[in-house]
Design a protein around this ligand. Structure first.
Ligand code: DGL
Length: 279
């Protein structure tokens, strides 16, 4: 048994889409979440920048004494998993891509699979590379949809602008490649899952934000690190707590019970970085 919290991070609010499935499956587990809202989006930045941001956040989570780090961001998982494991060898680090790639390899034998994600995730070919390694027979196609994250972070979801943007990226992609299964290869995209379902009712949609929870459970079980009766409290940090962000959080958790709702604390990034420079 290990009652320390699990550390989650993302460039912003996308990683929160992993939190509700985790709380449902493993209600005893406690969470420290970091959303780097001051520097989001990561998905169109240089890989070297994403690496340095991720190192800072992982370092912060390790200092918070988390028992595991979950990279609740496909962009970071696509580019930084090996680096983070190398820098923090003592702590289990779970990326979001491998469990979903395994699910595709195991269940999509006769499908035409489409991966949608940020520019960096798609350019890395992390999904297609992993799936092909596990099952070379799977037909897999990838497309970057860089406008989705800024619109989602702005809360532009249930309206025509989002629907048109989805069609702009996905209409020809789905038609030309005869896509029947789509992977939401960015943790922000579950927030537009309903739009995608409405526009393409025949598509099967796989959501890595839910799939990862089984991998977390498996690792904690194998290492005998599941929590039981922990008296830690869930803590959610954001590096920029804008009003817009707070509205979005209320929207994400609107269907949840009061005690499952999330309240964020402001994390003063500049102060933390200065502390480091002056050390
Ligand atoms: N939510 C992140 C992902 O899963 C990235 C969004 C972004 O910052 O571009 O890729």
């Amino acid at each position: 048994m290990d009652n320390r919290p699990i550390g989650f991070f993302d460039s912003g609010l996308g990683g929160l889409t992993c939190i509700t499935p985790l709380m449902k499956k493993l209600p005893e587990e406690k969470i420290i979440y970091f959303g780097d809202t001051a520097r989001t989006p990561y998905g169109s930045k240089a890989v070297s920048t994403i690496k340095s941001f991720s190192m800072e956040i992982a370092d912060f989570l390790v200092k918070c004494n988390v028992k595991m780090i979950v990279i609740a961001c496909n962009t970071v998982s696509a580019t930084c998993v090996d680096l983070l494991r190398e820098k923090f060898p003592k702590i289990p680090i779970v990326g979001i891509i491998a469990p979903a790639a395994q699910e595709v390899a195991d269940t999509c034998q006769d499908s035409n699979v489409g991966i949608i994600g940020t520019k960096v995730t798609i350019a890395s070919h992390a999904y297609s590379g992993m799936v092909k390694e596990m099952n070379p027979d799977i037909n897999i196609h990838e497309i970057a949809c860089p406008a989705f994250v800024p619109l989602i972070e702005e809360g532009i979801i249930e309206n025509d602008i989002m629907d048109l943007t989805i069609k702009y990226y996905m209409d020809d992609f789905v038609k030309d490649n005869k896509i029947d299964t789509v992977i939401l290869g960015c943790t922000h995209y579950p927030l537009i899952k309903k739009n995608i379902e409405r526009i393409y009712p025949d598509l099967k949609i796989l959501n890595p934000s839910s799939i990862i929870v089984n991998r977390i459970e498996k690792i904690l079980t194998e290492k005998d690190m599941l929590a039981q009766g922990s008296d830690f409290r869930n803590v959610f940090y954001a590096s920029d707590l804008s009003e817009n962000f707070i509205n979005m959080i209320d929207h994400i958790f609107e269907d949840e019970e009061e005690d499952a709702k999330v309240k964020f604390l402001n994390f003063d990034l500049e102060k933390e970085l200065n502390k480091k420079i002056n050390k």
